[in-house]
Design a protein around this ligand. Structure first.
Ligand code: GLN
Length: 465
């Protein structure tokens, strides 16, 4: 199987069936990575045969030959989905997410669902009820999270593209840790219908790939208004064609270079990009991150508040796990949730319920909403003068399993990624860094709302990804 979809398209001689068989075999050969919770052998083979027939007839869709994985929080009709949680064990999806429908209609083949942090809560994929995912570049390291299985399915050359979800960095951080491209579109550009909700005002679906061209091919098919998700925008979608964007005005964050705790090699790499971009004639200027030290707390107050509400539906009555030890209704709720949710999910539900409770609502939730607005306003103001913002994706490279046990230290992984979700703007992690410790790392480019075309073009043509 070719590494990228772009190569697969030019080597059109191989049948989709052969490509899919190879992908399934590779997934099985790499079972130790624990990237897949399930392979969809039957539906993948059926779809491959249909696409082969359409290719023969000359009416195949734009993604014919593309092999895809989906994160275990994206619904695919008649397939299991569980957000890597015990509480949804055995649950089968009754409908498909809009992204799944659009990708299948474009002739992509979905080969399986990938492991992730439970309900997408985490930065290391150590919170899955079904075990850690291993980083294929160094199995002693985490692949990042929460979309760790998605990132690994691409990095281990099992699929061309993986769909993940990004609420506070869950596509970009694992992309940085695994040397892949990870792209979060503007909030509202891609339908969330059929995505198991974590924090609805932050969640966004996006692709992982080996290159920007593949990510863009999938983005072009997924993007656009959806009647089933009223938060999707009606702005027309421009196809991302990756034409050179010309001379750019690029801002970079001072804090990305100066903040304590930054890996010096990540800093040096960022500086090298800045020098190169200047030498190429782009305008490159430093700005400050708005309220940097408030971003992670603001995100964790609002995301947990939304999660506590979204996860109330998992009650042991309507979906998935129901406690066998419970007598009566109250105990059914209590024990089903106690047995079904893992410790990080419980922590977030408690935190979210607390910040929404009558006595604390204004001090925490209300205040965080106001801070979010300020961060968004500052972010949008920067885009009056600049086309793009450059920053590190993460402070360092992939860490070891069990190395970060303090939740707050783990939350600080998200220091450079939550801004895009707080402000609702698009951002991408590009795998341009290689550390002397052998691990890759990314740089992050953030764009204006709905300016994906320029963001992706700059990623491909100015950053060579
Ligand atoms: N690491 C962040 C969290 O745990 C982001 C998760 C995500 O983007 N889904 O909330």
């Amino acid at each position: 199987m070719t590494r990228t979809f772009a190569e697969a398209r030019s080597a059109a001689a191989t049948s989709v069936t052969t490509t899919v068989e190879t992908a399934l075999q590779r997934a099985e050969a790499h079972q130790d990575l624990n990237a897949f919770l399930e392979l969809f052998h039957r539906s993948a083979r059926e779809q491959a045969a249909r696409v082969d027939a359409r290719m023969k007839a000359g009416d195949a869709g734009p993604l014919a030959g593309l092999v895809l994985s989906i994160k275990d929080n994206i619904c695919y009709k008649d397939h299991k989905v569980g957000a890597a949680s015990r509480i949804l064990e055995g649950f089968t999806s009754l409908y498909s997410a809009t992204v799944v429908e659009r990708l299948l209609a474009a002739d992509a083949v979905i080969i399986g669902r990938t492991n992730c942090d439970e309900f997408a809560m985490g930065s290391s994929n150590e919170n899955s009820a079904f075990g850690n995912v291993l980083n294929p570049l160094d199995k002693t390291k985490v692949p990042g999270g929460s979309s760790g299985g998605a990132a690994t399915s691409v990095a281990a050359d099992i699929v061309h593209v993986a769909l993940g979800s990004d609420t506070g960095g869950s596509i970009r951080q694992p992309a940085s840790f695994t040397g892949t491209v990870g792209f979060k579109p503007t909030y509202g550009r891609v339908s969330r219908y059929g995505l198991i909700a974590f924090a609805s005002s932050f969640d966004q679906i996006g692709p992982f790939a080996h290159n920007v061209a593949d990510a863009a091919a999938v983005y072009n098919v997924m993007a656009g208004h959806d009647q089933k998700d009223s938060t999707t925008s009606r702005k027309p979608v421009e196809n991302a064609t990756l034409q050179h964007p010309g001379k750019l005005r690029i801002a970079y964050y001072r804090e990305g270079l100066e903040r304590a705790g930054m890996d010096p090699e990540v800093v040096a790499h960022l500086q090298a990009h800045i020098d190169r971009l200047k030498a190429e004639g782009h305008t490159v200027e430093p700005i400050s991150v708005p309220l940097l030290d408030h971003q992670v707390p603001t995100y964790y107050i609002l995301a947990t508040a939304e999660a506590s509400s979204n996860l109330a539906r998992f009650d042991g009555i309507r979906y998935g796990h129901r406690s066998k030890n419970a007598k009566g209704v109250d105990e059914t709720y209590r024990l089903s949730r106690t047995e079904g949710f893992g410790p990080e999910v419980k922590r977030r539900i408690l935190l979210g319920t607390f910040v929404l409770s009558a006595g604390y609502y204004d001090a925490y939730y209300g205040q965080a909403q106001r801070v979010r607005r300020i961060i968004r306003d500052h972010t949008l103001a920067a885009f009056e003068n600049y086309d793009l913002i450059l920053s590190p994706t993460c402070p360092g490279t992939a860490f070891g399993h069990g190395e970060i046990s303090d939740p707050v230290a783990m939350y600080l992984q998200d220091i450079f990624t939550v801004q895009a979700n707080l402000a609702g703007v698009p951002a991408i992690s590009l795998p341009t860094g290689k550390h002397s410790n052998g691990m890759p790392f990314g740089v992050q480019l953030t764009g204006k709302p709905f300016d994906e075309v320029r963001l992706l073009a700059a990623s491909a043509e100015v950053f060579g990804c």
